[in-house]
Design a protein around this ligand. Structure first.
Ligand code: NAP
Ligand code: HSE
Length: 432
């Protein structure tokens, strides 16, 4: 048997503590599979006195994680702190420059600094592995980097944020509004330290930018991801979606087009019969469309201690077994800078809900504006009767260019007969 692999862990919260629990539970099988023992030697967190429900006796404690990265008696550093800057970045950079491989669950860090980290890792002949950064327990990084490596990927779409999916599911199933469900998602350990990252689509965008890089052999380009979150999705829209045969999901979609890559995160209406429509609570799903393997749907728990620790452990085991491939599928200098297509050029179908004053002639005004912008209607629904009062008017619009759609909505929202802002949700026709 080879020498033990010595591990230092920075961050002992949901994921860090979960990792120690996993190793304690499955140590014998893990040792057998790696051909060597995995031994935790040192840890760092903010509060040394906190009861974490795990035994830390015998482990070297560091108040400063950046110091642990260079001084701990360890072969690899596992970063489970979070945040794209500050201590998490310092810890990882220090480790790489000191010639130590890094395992991280930190998608914000990889989305913002993944290229730089990969370059420093290559220069120092070490690795940065980040399976847990995307879709929790689903081995989607390994799937793209290794399992599907022989394919050309044309599109990735998926539910990449467990917190938002948990909220959307409970809103629909229990007729709740999202504020009342968010607290439960936080208590369950799904949400980020700043939960606005989950709700506003930023966390899903971090993950999407990483997947797009792996899938298309492109440099990570987080800044160009189009992002809309779920704050504006009302219970009324969730219920209209049901009536029209759709479910609302926050999706991340990356797609190759003739003009570059579309990268977008926004609420979508998906057909109720699609695989992704039926992914509920904190479960994530990623659909990969490729030329030879066809469409593959990966699904599983996307957040929480156990699933995330499982993904972190898989990376540690790859290092222990010396099973290392280029971090983004190809060496850094072979990653292309592929342009991102602007959202205005997106073509798709749309759901639009307006609150309109219930009087004659209103619909004709709206239809004229749509016609002027070359936007064609597939169906219309009006609910309720309240002469002179606002009532919901729902339209499903045929495939059109986003810029035309937005221009039409802007004009419609300025009409005297329209109350408040129109709600627009893109309809996404999935293949799985
Ligand atoms: P968490 O529960 O908030 O834990 C963060 C840990 O970092 C805590 O132990 C905290 O110490 C420690 N910490 C904070 N500042 C520190 C500092 N300056 N020096 C040393 N330690 C410091 O977070 P988490 O949910 O485990 O998430 C960790 C990472 O995993 C994040 O990047 C997150 O995005 C990612 N992730 C999380 C999940 C999930 O389901 N939770 C899933 C996938 C990926 P104290 O405990 O002493 O306060
Ligand atoms: N906050 C993230 C989520 C954790 O809800 O999906 C997993 O990355």
């Amino acid at each position: 048997m080879s020498e033990p692999l010595k591990i230092a862990i920075a961050g002992l919260g949901t994921v860090g503590a979960g990792l120690i629990t996993l190793l304690n539970a499955n140590a014998d099988a893990i040792t057998a599979r790696c051909g060597r023992e995995l031994r935790i030697t040192a840890v760092s967190a903010r509060d040394r006195t906190k009861d974490r429900g795990i035994d830390l006796s015998g482990l070297e404690w560091y108040d400063d994680a950046a110091k642990l990265a260079v001084e701990a008696d360890a072969d690899i550093i596992v970063e489970m702190i979070g945040g794209s800057e500050g201590i998490a970045l310092d810890t990882c950079m220090n480790a790489l420059k000191a010639g130590r491989s890094v395992v991280t669950a930190n998608k914000a860090l990889v989305a913002h600094h993944g290229m730089e980290m990969a370059r420093i890792a290559e220069e120092n002949n070490v690795s940065v592995l980040f399976e847990a950064a995307v879709a929790g327990g689903i081995p989607i990084i390994k799937s793209l980097r290794e399992g599907l490596a022989g394919n050309s990927v044309s599109r990735i779409s998926g539910i990449l944020n467990g917190t938002s999916n948990y909220i959307m599911t409970r809103m629909r199933n229990e007729s709740l509004d999202f504020e009342s469900v968010l607290k439960d998602a936080q208590d369950l350990g799904y949400a980020e330290v700043d939960p606005s990252f989950d709700i506003d689509g930023v966390d899903a965008a971090h993950k999407l930018s990483i997947l797009a890089s792996l899938a298309f052999g492109a440099q990570i380009n987080f800044d160009d991801v189009y992002i809309e979150g779920i704050r504006e999705v009302s219970l009324m829209d969730v219920q209209f979606a049901d009536e029209l045969g759709y479910r609302i999901k926050l999706l991340g979609i990356a797609q190759r087009t003739e003009n570059g890559i579309e990268q977008r995160v926004h609420p979508c209406m998906v057909p109720v019969a699609s695989a992704i429509a039926n992914i509920e609570y904190a479960i994530n799903a990623v659909e990969v469309e490729c030329d030879f393997a066809s469409t593959i749907v990966h699904a599983g728990p996307g957040a929480g201690a156990g699933p995330t620790a499982s993904a972190v452990m898989a990376d540690i085991m790859d290092i222990a077994r010396d099973n290392i491939v280029p971090l983004f599928g190809v060496p850094c200098d072979k990653l292309d800078a592929i342009p991102t297509v602007h959202m205005d050029e997106h073509h798709g179908e749309y759901y639009v809900r307006l609150m309109v004053v219930d009087r004659s002639g209103v619909f004709a005004e709206i239809a004229t504006i749509l016609q002027n912008h070359d936007v064609s209607m597939e169906s219309v629904l009006q609910r309720g009767r309240a002469p002179g009062e606002p009532v919901p008017l729902v339209m499903v619009l045929h495939e059109t260019r986003e810029a035309d759609m937005k221009a039409a909505i802007k004009e419609i929202s300025a009409l005297d007969s329209v109350d408040g802002d129109p709600h627009m949700i893109r309809i996404e026709l999935l293949h799985g």
